[in-house]
Design a binder for this molecule. Structure first.
Ligand code: KG4
Ligand code: ZN
Length: 347
């Protein structure tokens, strides 16, 4: 049985390394964000992301061992790396590094689907957070990030069914694009969240696409276009003046759709355990209303702390160590893939 794994995550713009135990205990998690480098472009530039991973990764490996209580490489018994889905140039950096380590240290290697990491994040624990004692499979997961917005039924390790997904933009993308239009800058979600604190969520009636649709799919591009039209009608001066109301109303529309679909999924699958994961679950309004929804319906809602919600290597390490311990291995032919693999999810 493998007791400690080192994991690498480079699928998007965060370079992250973690050391995790088979019980999900995070011994160290060190990450380097690249917001400053991408900010001038108003979004993530893949080439810049790859280059930054290249320079950040090696020092983070050493730092992760040090912060895990001064471990040596000989204390590490396995390696996990995000190899799909993501920006291909960014994934290549992590996969090549993990393969080099596996080869030179003679360690077992496993490539992990980034989304599986997000779905298992509620099991992570450290000195400040642990999931409720009785939290376990099966549960409904809503993974909401800049690149993905999907609902899953999580039956057990490797047994994930997609219940619904966005038909166009991801929720995080909807936040980021709105922030860009409103001149709030990058990364957008957190800035919209902040600006919305002093606004009225009922000031503007933004569309809630597919809200009453019986399916569990979602759509956010109509919302973005409505905001664009509204801002054009208001003009730049008025837009700036009413920005808190615009942010609060826009955010409310996204939260309404996300929570309605999450609740519908829980009811349809007759499940009481639900999780929110991915960068957008940092949203304060979503957290607040998610807790109310849980109270009203007696759901057990687990939202991992922010450090495990945003892109991080700890969630990859946990998925990796579980899979290695049930005998799975990847060879040196492991390659990065921009898409998920066939069989990663059931339809
Ligand atoms: O999971 P994540 O860190 O990276 C991806 O895999 O995309 O998620 C990043 C996304 C971005 O779109 C960002 O704007 C959004 O999460 N986000 C937020 C908040 N904090 C981050 N969206 C809304 N409210 C927030 N507080
Ligand atoms: Zn992610």
């Amino acid at each position: 049985m493998i007791r400690k794994i080192l994991a690498i995550e480079t699928s998007c713009d965060d370079t992250s390394v973690a050391v995790v135990t088979a019980q999900g205990e995070v011994l160290s998690l060190v990450s380097r964000a690249q917001d400053l480098e991408h900010e001038p472009y108003g979004g993530i530039v893949p080439e810049i992301a790859s280059r930054n991973h290249t320079s950040a990764l090696i020092p983070l490996l050493e730092e992760a061992l040090k912060q895990a209580g001064g471990l040596e490489w000989s204390d590490i018994e396995g390696l996990a790396v995000t190899n799909r889905p993501g920006l291909i140039g960014a994934l290549i950096v992590g996969v090549i590094t993990a393969k080099s380590l596996a080869q030179s240290l003679n360690l077992p290697l496993i490539g992990i689907n980034h989304l599986e990491g997000h779905l298992l994040a509620p099991f992570l624990r450290d000195s400040e957070f642990s999931p409720p004692e009785d939290f376990n499979y099966p549960y409904i997961g809503l993974a909401i990030s800049g690149g993905h917005t999907s609902l899953y039924r999580i039956q057990g390790l490797g047994d994930y069914q997609i219940l619904g997904t966005t038909k166009d933009d991801a929720a995080g993308e909807a936040f980021d694009k709105f922030a860009k239009m409103a001149g709030l800058g990058f990364p957008g979600g957190v800035r919209v969240d902040h600006c919305a604190h002093t606004g009225n969520p009922k000031a503007y009636d933004f569309p809630r696409s597919m809200l009453h649709d019986d399916s569990l799919d979602m759509s956010f591009s109509g919302l973005k276009s409505a905001a664009q039209r509204l801002m054009a009608d208001l003009g730049p001066v008025k837009t700036k003046e009413v920005l808190p109301d615009l942010c609060a109303s826009y955010q409310e529309a996204i939260v309404d759709v996300l929570l309605a679909k999450l609740s519908r999924a829980a009811k349809r699958c007759q499940m009481k355990k639900i999780i929110l994961t991915g960068g957008v679950s940092a949203n304060s309004r979503l957290r607040e209303r998610g807790l109310l929804l849980a109270q009203a319906n007696k759901y057990q809602l687990v939202i991992p702390p922010l450090r495990y919600c945003t892109d991080n290597a700890a969630m990859i390490g946990y998925a990796g160590i579980l899979r290695l311990n049930r005998g799975e291995r990847h060879s040196m032919s492991l390659s990065p893939s921009p898409q998920v693999w066939d069989g990663d999810f059931q339809k």
